[in-house]
Every structure is written in structure tokens, then in C-alpha cells.
Design a protein around this ligand. Structure first.
Ligand SMILES: [Zn+2]
Length: 349
């Protein structure tokens, strides 16, 4: 259930959406979408009950909500993979319909079993950024193990975990064990060197002290990745091991970029032109390495619409999270439209 503060915030947000629709501001912003490219960012599509219990709520969307969004997009927009959309916008100008790309990060099993069939129901194709090592190994990622362990840990244990984070010890993170504590835990782990991070994840699993069921955090199989490509979806790279790229040495950075493309190519038989920065982290050195490795574009987690002259290694996306596009348990249809055309970005400034 929502807290009073959240209820007021969401109520105000709905009022602003209605006001934008009544005054024509929403429709004006929707017409602006006919210039440029809007890229939507998803991670997982799951049954509603699983979404409600998911430790990292911003990564999941209920199946029926996703279906409603795609129905709306299919009727009003031209939806194509990012690779094809970039070729279309390069000439600039205004199109008859907004150009939209639907992307999925990481390569979870539900991308193949649930998301792709819904896209295809409406004749649409998406872009799937696959972490190749996740698929090759077939085991849950460190961040899912960390999130599930946190979810099962008690208050005292959580405090111990936060205190063990190097970023907490040197004051780079503010402590918060209630409510948003999981964000602090995950952010602290991301800022920790890989070897130390795995030790902390295992410490969390030991502290949680019970069998942790990770069966819902499986990747696609290599055959499923190949099948996605065969059905006309774009398979693109999200590195081998989902590292924080600016932390890597030149050699490791080049290997992550090169080896993931080679592995995806071995599975699909197709060249890989797309890339997506894990956690959205990149810098100038990473951008240069992406181009040097032969990629044609890279997606960030920065928000915005991409115009024809966008820098190809800085493509903006719009996160489709439950918090933004749902009201209670149902799809907030007007909210979705307001997020899509970015009229809500006016209030968020
Ligand atoms: Zn990712």
C-alpha cells in the first residue's frame, strides 16, 4: 500500500496529467514525438504478483500492463528495433507517426518467453541487450543474488551489510536501512571492486541464513537468444559480465566489448551493431572503446528523445517503471502517454 506522502504525490501527478490533456499540452508534446526517436527501456515482464514481491521494483512490469502499452504503441507509432530506427531518423524531418524503439536490458528468460511473444502479437520487434556471460553461464547475476539476500535479511543484518560497504566507510554513501535501504546497498555494491563485491554478496547470503530461491532470476538460453534473432528482433550487446565500465582497465574494457559481440555473433550468426552501458555508466574513454570495438550505437539511461543529430554513443531512453506508469495495481494510461511524450518531464524539472 502507498504511504500518505506517496498518495498525495501520485494524486497531484494525475491531476497534472489531466490538466495537460485538457489544455492540449499533452497532445502538442505527442505531436513533437513525430520528430526524432523515442527509446523505451524495460528489463523484465512478469506476472503481477511476482512484480509486487520483486526486490528491485524499477526493473519489472506486469504482463498485462506491457500488453496495454504495446497495443497503444502499435496503433499510433512506428515501432522498430533501435538499429533500424537510427537509420530512419538520420535524414531528420517530421514523420507521419512517432518512431519508437522498445528495448530490454540484461537477457532474462522472460524476455523470450513473455515479452517477445507480446511484441509479436502486435507485429512489433524489439531490441534485446544481452549480457553474454549471464546467458553462457546460465546462473543468476550478482545483483539479483544481492537483492534477494537483502530482502531476506533482518534489520540488524542489513545494518551490518551497509557498514561493510567500502563506500559507506569512507562517507560516499548515506546510511538508510529503512524503505530505500536496498538502493543504498545496491549502489554501494556497484561502487565496490568486483572481487570485493562478490565477497560482500556471499556475506549477505550467509547472513540471510536460509535457502534463497533464485529460480526466478534465470537468463535466456543461447538457443533462445538465437531464436529471438530468427524471429526478427535485434540482439545487441550488454557486455560479458555487466561490469561498471569506467572502473575497468583498458584491456578488460576492450575484452568486455569484443567478447560479448563475438559470443552473440556465434549464437545468432549476425553482426552486432548495438550496445548498452551496464548501469548506464560510461565516460569518454568508454565511448571511444565502444566505437573502436565496431559498435554503431550505444544506449544510456539518460532520459530524453533522440533527434537526428544525436551522438550515437549517447542515446537517451525512457525508463518504463511501475512507479511511473501505474496507479495502484492498474496501468495508468494517461500517465503512460505523459511519460512517453515527456510532458511530465516539465514538472520533474
Ligand atoms: Zn543491465
Amino acid at each position: 500500500m502507498f504511504s500518505d506522502r506517496k498518495r498525495i504525490k501520485y494524486g497531484l501527478r494525475s491531476m497534472l496529467d489531466l490538466l495537460a490533456a485538457a489544455t492540449g499540452l499533452l497532445q502538442w508534446h505527442e505531436r513533437c514525438m513525430r520528430q526524432g526517436l523515442t527509446i523505451l527501456m524495460y528489463h523484465r515482464i512478469l506476472p503481477a504478483a511476482q512484480c509486487r514481491a520483486y526486490p528491485l521494483a524499477s526493473l519489472v512490469i506486469p504482463i498485462d500492463v506491457f500488453r496495454q502499452q504495446l497495443r497503444w504503441l502499435a496503433a499510433r507509432c512506428r515501432v522498430v528495433p533501435v538499429r533500424d530506427a537510427l537509420a530512419e531518423i538520420s535524414a531528420g524531418g517530421t514523420r507521419a507517426k512517432p518512431l519508437v524503439a522498445v528495448t530490454f536490458d540484461d537477457g532474462y528468460n522472460d524476455n523470450h518467453s513473455l515479452a517477445a511473444p507480446i511484441l509479436e502479437e502486435y507485429g512489433l520487434r524489439g531490441t534485446f541487450f544481452v549480457t553474454s556471460g549471464f546467458v553462457a553461464e546460465g546462473r543468476p547475476q550478482w545483483y539479483d543474488r544481492a537483492a534477494v539476500a537483502w530482502q531476506h535479511a533482518g534489520r540488524q543484518q542489513r545494518r551490518l551489510l551497509l557498514q561493510a560497504l567500502p563506500a559507506m566507510a569512507d562517507g560516499r554513501l548515506a546510511e538508510n536501512v529503512d524503505g530505500r535501504g536496498i538502493q543504498t546497498w545496491m549502489e554501494g555494491l556497484k561502487r565496490t571492486a568486483a572481487a570485493e563485491r562478490m565477497k560482500l554478496v556471499m556475506k549477505a547470503e550467509t547472513l540471510a541464513g536460509k535457502f534463497l530461491d533464485l529460480s526466478g532470476y534465470q537468463p535466456m538460453s543461447p538457443e533462445q537468444v538465437k531464436d529471438l534473432h530468427g524471429r526478427g528482433h535485434e540482439v545487441a550487446s550488454h557486455t560479458v559480465s555487466h561490469p561498471i565500465l569506467p572502473q575497468l582497465s583498458d584491456t578488460s574494457l576492450a575484452a568486455e566489448l569484443r567478447d560479448s559481440a563475438a559470443q552473440l555473433n556465434a549464437w545468432t550468426g549476425a553482426a552486432v551493431s548495438g550496445f548498452c552501458y551496464p548501469n548506464g555508466d560510461y565516460d569518454l574513454r568508454v565511448e571511444e572503446a565502444v566505437l573502436e570495438a565496431g559498435y554503431g550505437y550505444a544506449c544510456t539511461v539518460e532520459e530524453g528523445r533522440n533527434q537526428h543529430d544525436v551522438c550515437p554513443t549517447r542515446l537517451a531512453r525512457l525508463p518504463m517503471t511501475m512507479q511511473r506508469i501505474m496507479s495502484g495495481c492498474s496501468h495508468d494510461h494517461l500517465g503512460f502517454r505523459a511519460e512517453l511524450c515527456r510532458v511530465r518531464a516539465l514538472w520533474r524539472r
